[in-house]
Design a binder for this molecule. Structure first.
Ligand code: PRX
Length: 644
């Protein structure tokens, strides 16, 4: 590509002529067209998929519930696999990169992937799994993770993936909540050169659940405990299975999957996603935002345990017939240039990651980048957390060499697919701004009373009807949570995102952060309540408060303040045990960076812990008026401990 790939105008960047010419979308008229009649707009897109029966109604709304493509019949795997056989049977659907350098990549063509999915679908059926049954998946980034998800979708079972770094306790809650009778896991996987024994965790996690069978993928060959009768090897089950399996014809509104996201208490919420609408949104957001063309090799670095891995690691690329790449290992192991090696070797064209990873690489300096060409890259994407200007420029200049548009994509587990992002063929790209809502998505920014705010005024980001087809349809078995979390603030017709944001004069959205008690640690979403509930389970702890402290790389890190019973334990040991407690209840992904043992926590007279004051100890803001506290002296003491 030429020099004018990206053109700078003031503080905005636009695609140059060449980029524009080849882009999937280049005419801004699409925004007006979609805004005029969003339902019709999505219906037109839906026609691009294969339906066994066309829907009767595009959008039906019975606030706060709604449906898309009601009466339509579809199977997402028929669209993601069978439909691609006509022209792409031998094209790579999936490239899997194992962590050990000496191990070969595994490539599955569309035909091979479909065969594997069919075989495993037949296995599930023989084990008695039926349409609507929930199946737990606790797998690392291996091809079987994708095969397992697609097999569930093939037979109409509901997959419920649990991130493999979650602890046994976290797995247990998720299995209990979904009532899964089958769990699919692995013996182990590689992480930074070590083998992690996943099966041990799985065994612990299935206790006190309804799980009857555990299917085990042999990945690392490590020694594992085995329970005869319950445990079954994946490779033995699929060995003699037929590679033919007719897809179950699903109603558009049948459940496709459940995915847990953090809840305000220790208990996660199981977000419900359905078949038809999700498929439509997944297909077109991917196609247009990542500007996919036939030969694109797309790498989404998110684990399949998160919504990003579901939608853009699996469904969206396959629905578009392109090649998706997944990687088992840690980003900077054995060397910081591991990701660059993969990009060059497999000629990745579109790369999608999170700001935490970018900031981490930025710290390594530039030398590791210089060994690699990175010239296959066309488009760079970001997701999951605020993308600060410094990291944006580093990504744009050092990775994309000022050639690649950057699409910062805003969305949530609840939205199923991207809702706000600039489009590569149009722009504008503005550092630290997300861009415009995707065509057909209506947003607003409201003050606390519901008044719509003008340019540069900060308020709450909301999504207006008809939302988007891939939106959540509820919280599994908990309609109260659904109502309270999303439809209480502004009534049953306005979806409250819990994000604060503002728009510039051109309407580009900038995210400011969460307004609830969610913190984003390295892009992982966790609530204060979950961390506090985990810590409170420690026998010596009688009070605790967690706050998010700004962090240069991870965005935010949790800091715990704990009050303990009288104990003989040395302070340092107790602190370590608190960290261990979080590891045990949640996993190693969001450990408190610091634990402070304090005498008392600042409380109001009604007993509410004032976390806001604790947080200010780290942000440098003035502490403000403490006279309303029941115990103002506690703050001075804590300040001494924290600030010395
Ligand atoms: O606060 C927003 C932040 O992540 C939240 C959703 O988290 P989760 O459900 O884990 O989904 C993450 C991946 C889709 C949002 O409420 N967030 C997501 N994308 C961005 C973001 N914050 C700033 N910029 C983004 N691009």
């Amino acid at each position: 590509m030429g020099k004018e790939d990206i053109i700078k105008k003031g503080d905005l960047y636009f695609p140059g002529e060449e980029l524009k010419k080849g882009a999937q979308l280049k005419d801004e008229a699409i925004y007006q067209k979609a805004a005029k009649d969003p339902v019709k707009f999505w219906e037109e897109l839906a026609q691009d998929l294969k339906w066994s029966k066309k829907w009767e109604k595009g959008f039906s709304h019975d606030p706060p519930y709604f449906e898309w493509f009601k009466g339509g019949k579809i199977n997402i795997t028929q669209n993601a696999l069978d439909e691609n056989l006509k022209e792409r049977a031998n094209k790579p659907a999936l490239i899997w990169i194992p962590e050990p350098i000496e191990e070969q990549a595994r490539v599955l063509s569309y035909q091979e992937l479909l065969r594997e999915v069919n075989k495993f679908s037949n296995v599930l059926k023989k084990l008695g799994v039926k349409k609507g049954d929930r199946v737990g998946i606790y797998l690392p980034m291996v091809p079987e993770a994708i095969i397992a998800m697609l097999s569930c979708a093939r037979i109409g079972a509901v997959h419920s993936v649990v991130f493999s770094a979650f602890s046994p306790a976290a797995l247990k809650i998720r299995l209990q909540d979904t009532g899964a009778k089958i769990l699919i896991t692995a013996d182990g996987y590689y992480r930074r050169g070590k083998i992690m024994n996943l099966k041990e965790n799985a065994d612990e996690g299935v206790k006190e659940t309804e799980v009857e069978k555990v299917i085990v993928v042999k990945r690392a060959g490590n020694e594992i405990p085995w329970q005869e009768g319950r445990d079954l090897w994946w490779h033995e089950l699929v060995k003699d299975e037929s590679d033919q399996c007719q897809p179950e014809i699903m109603d558009s509104e049948d459940l496709l999957f459940l995915l847990a996201t953090s809840g305000s208490t220790g208990h996660p919420k199981q977000i419900m996603h359905t078949c038809g609408g999700y498929a439509v949104q997944a297909k077109f957001t991917g196609k247009w935002i990542f500007d996919w063309h036939e030969n694109d090799i797309f790498w989404c670095t998110a684990d399949i345990g998160w919504i990003t891995g579901h939608t853009y690691g699996v469904y969206s690329p396959l629905l578009n017939g392109i090649t998706t790449l997944i990687f088992e290992g840690a980003p900077d192991w054995p060397e910081p240039d591991r990701w660059c090696q993969i990009v060059d070797k497999h000629q990745v064209t579109v790369f999608y990651t999170a700001p935490t990873a970018i900031r981490m690489f930025e710290k390594y300096g530039e030398d590791f980048l210089k060994k690699h060409k990175l010239d296959s890259l066309r488009i760079l994407g970001s997701v999951g957390e605020i993308f600060d200007e410094a990291a944006w420029y580093w990504y744009f200049e050092k990775v994309g060499k000022r050639r690649c548009p950057i699409v910062d994509t805003w969305w949530q587990t609840e939205s199923g697919g991207i809702l706000i992002s600039s489009l590569p063929g149009m722009g504008p790209f503005k550092p630290s701004f997300i861009g415009l809502p995707f065509p057909g998505v209506k947003i607003d920014i409201l003050d606390n009373k519901g008044k719509s705010l003008g340019p540069d005024q900060q308020g709450n980001l909301v999504i207006l009807p008809p939302f988007a087809p891939g939106f959540l349809r509820g919280v599994y078995k908990n309609s109260k949570k659904y109502l309270e979390t999303y439809w209480k603030q502004y009534g049953k017709e306005i979806y409250f995102t819990s994000d604060a944001a503002y728009r510039d004069k051109a309407g580009l959205v900038r995210i400011v952060g969460r307004v609830d008690d969610v913190i984003k640690v390295a892009g992982h979403r966790i609530t204060i309540g979950e961390l506090e509930s985990a810590i409170a389970l420690h026998e010596d702890i009688i009070g605790c408060a967690v706050v998010g402290k700004p962090d240069e790389i991870k965005g935010e890190v949790p800091i715990a303040f704990v009050v303990s019973k009288k104990t003989e334990k040395p302070v340092e040991q107790l602190k370590k045990e608190v960290v261990e407690q979080v590891k045990k209840e949640i996993g190693p992904i969001v450990l408190p960076q610091e634990v402070y043992l304090v005498e008392d926590l600042p409380k109001t007279r009604s007993g509410k812990i004032m976390r806001r004051i604790l947080k200010k100890l780290f942000t440098g803001e003035p502490l403000g008026d403490l006279s309303t506290l029941a115990n103002p002296q506690s703050v001075e003491k804590i300040k001494k401990i924290v600030c010395g």
